[in-house]
Design a protein around this ligand. Structure first.
Ligand SMILES: [Zn+2]
Length: 97
């Protein structure tokens, strides 16, 4: 079973923490948390859409491949406060009718 703490939160991304890719928590800040959700397509009936920022921060993790290179600190180990995940293939709903 997929665990929130072991896998990336992004749909269709199956990177696991054991793969050696850095993982990051969602921001606690409500505004930034919402920006991330919008960018990732966590809206409407998505399973993560209604999580509070606090719960998102605790449970939801995203792997580093969804961020541009300029999203990280010089060491490459931490996200900048301004980083927004953008490398995501958001599903198109028109094919699901
Ligand atoms: Zn991922």
């Amino acid at each position: 079973m997929r665990s929130h703490n072991s896998y990336c939160c992004v749909d269709n991304c199956y990177v696991n923490v054991k793969d050696g890719v850095p993982f990051f928590r969602f921001p606690k800040d409500p505004i930034r948390c919402q920006i991330w959700k919008d960018s990732l397509g966590f809206v409407e009936d998505h399973k993560y859409a209604n999580l509070t920022p606090e719960i998102s921060h605790q449970r939801v993790r995203i792997c580093a491949i969804h961020f541009n290179d300029d999203s990280f600190t010089v060491s490459g180990k931490r996200l900048l406060n301004t980083a927004i995940p953008s490398k995501v293939a958001i599903k198109v709903n028109s094919n699901n009718i």
